[in-house]
Ligand binder design. Structure first.
Ligand code: ADP
Length: 466
């Protein structure tokens, strides 16, 4: 369809591996659903193609029905059939791909972290691209390495926008993985720069897509440097003209202290002091922390090297030294790290929960005074935005999207060098400002920040046509 203007009606298809809340691992899921809803609200037709995972939350989707029964894919000379399902989630159309593959690619308990992830998602991309070639939309929007393979299979037949959410994961696979799906490995741009015998799916998508977007303006600049470019900075520099930094928004309907069903007392800008007090005292009881008015610092995070777990560990000790309380909600499978954090919970003013717990995360944002996020790198980060919206003052390292959303002394405190000294400084500043007039200014600025998807969705629409 011909599109004169970015405001004209468009049919947009996202090919993605996650969608909040039905298939969520991290922030990527939130972005796909937040952006898609914002685009649909502007009157566009938005469809999301996902694998039909066994672990998908089927309670939340409606109208699940077969869209196409037999979609054959040749793999190594063998025909593998696929069923495509249509369904609805909120204002969004979903297409779920069920692969009748002998290796049961999506009948697993988790979304990623399987040994054959590359094979699984490459196959998913092959099926999605085969369908899209027959039903081409105005634009196909790909996200990170799991859908990068579509850029390879579609060969620029449809306008393709590729978003880098995190450059660290690149989808490396053997040339054989491509060859058995009918593609030959000949172009230099497919080759991994570090492992010469491997194909790098993310690198290939950087070269093949029409537009590349990066999830924050600062991360966009950072990944053009060797320090943050994860080996791909030269490829990105070569494609600099087609790269745009678009800051993620937040689903402000879902993350709203005025309506949040997990808060014992809902609050807004005016009632924040009273509201947060009630939530804090409820949380303290829930986590068996002493009920007191000392500053409560939290972290809600995956405990992976990117998020600076050592710095969080130090932050907990420093908080205690300053006379505060700390609650950590984190996920990790590393037994040593679990033990190191659990040791800290012997202190009465520390609560450690090493699970994924959505309700508790809301309670923590609602109850806390400060939110610590000392990331080593951070493409965008949603957690600091949630903290701002819930009147919890973010203490962050000024990198990537953290630098674009948290401003020193205005709505939070920042530090540059990711070390203990930086963490100590922001905590000291936070404790010094706690419950002073400056505190009111900081929390009021945070709660009033415009974090919605509206402006970013408009920037994506421009990327789709211009
Ligand atoms: P990333 O996507 O790199 O993990 P983001 O800050 O972009 O980081 O998004 C993290 C999202 O996951 C936020 O919504 C945060 O509240 C949530 N989250 C992280 N860890 C947990 C946890 N252990 N329990 C519940 N929610 C979590």
């Amino acid at each position: 369809m011909y599109c004169r203007d970015y405001r004209d009606y468009m049919d947009i298809v996202h090919v993605a591996s996650e969608l909040a809340p039905i298939a969520k691992v991290g922030g990527l899921a939130d972005v796909i659903s937040g952006l898609s809803k914002a685009l649909a609200k502007k009157g566009h037709q938005v469809t999301i193609i996902l694998p039909k995972y066994d672990c998908l939350d089927y309670h939340l989707i409606e109208d699940l029905q077969v869209l196409q029964k037999n979609l054959p894919i040749q793999e190594n000379g063998i025909t593998i059939q696929n069923t495509l399902w249509s369904a609805k989630y909120d204002s969004l159309e979903l297409i779920l791909i069920e692969a009748h593959h002998p290796r049961a690619y999506f009948e697993r308990e988790k979304i990623y972290g399987e040994e054959d992830d590359n094979d699984r998602f490459l196959f998913f991309c092959k099926v999605a691209s085969t369908y899209l070639a027959k039903h081409p939309p105005k634009v196909v929007h790909l996200h990170d390495w799991p859908s990068a393979g579509c850029a390879l299979f579609l060969k620029n037949t449809i306008r393709t926008v590729f978003t880098i959410h995190n450059l660290q994961h690149q989808g490396r696979c053997a040339p054989f993985n491509l060859e058995r799906l009918g593609l030959s490995y000949e172009e230099d741009e497919m080759r991994d720069r570090e492992y010469d015998e491997s194909v790098n799916l993310l690198r290939e998508a950087i070269h093949k897509s029409d537009v590349i977007t990066v999830v924050s303006p600062t991360y966009m600049k950072e990944i053009l440097t060797p320090e943050y470019g994860c080996g791909l900075h030269e490829d990105l520099i070569r494609n600099k003209k087609k790269i745009r930094g678009i800051l993620n928004g937040l689903d402000t309907d879902y993350w709203n202290p005025e309506t949040d069903k997990f808060l014992v007392e809902k609050y807004n800008l005016e009632s924040r002091a009273q509201g947060k007090k009630a939530n804090k005292s409820h949380l303290q009881k829930h986590l068996m922390l002493p009920e007191s008015d000392q500053p409560l610092v939290i972290a809600v995070t995956r405990l992976v090297p990117q998020k600076g777990p050592d710095l969080i560990h130090f932050g907990i000790e420093k908080t205690l030294e300053l006379g505060g309380q700390f609650a950590l909600l984190g996920t990790t499978n590393d037994p040593n790290m679990r033990a190191e954090f659990q040791e800290l919970s012997a202190h009465p003013n520390v609560a450690i929960r090493l699970d994924y717990d959505e309700p508790l995360s809301h309670m923590l944002y609602g109850a806390s005074d400060m939110f610590l996020m000392p990331s080593i790198f951070e493409p965008c980060g949603l957690s600091q935005m949630i903290a701002l919206r819930y009147g919890s003052v973010p203490l962050v390292r000024a990198t990537g999207g953290l630098k674009d959303t948290v401003f020193e002394g205005k709505n939070g405190f920042t530090f540059d060098i990711p070390d203990n000294k930086g963490v100590a400084e922001v905590l000291e500043k936070g404790f010094a400002a706690y419950q002073t007039e400056e505190w009111q200014t900081l929390t009021s600025a945070g709660m009033q920040a415009n974090l919605s998807w509206d402006a970013s969705a408009e920037a994506y629409l421009k990327a789709y046509v211009l």
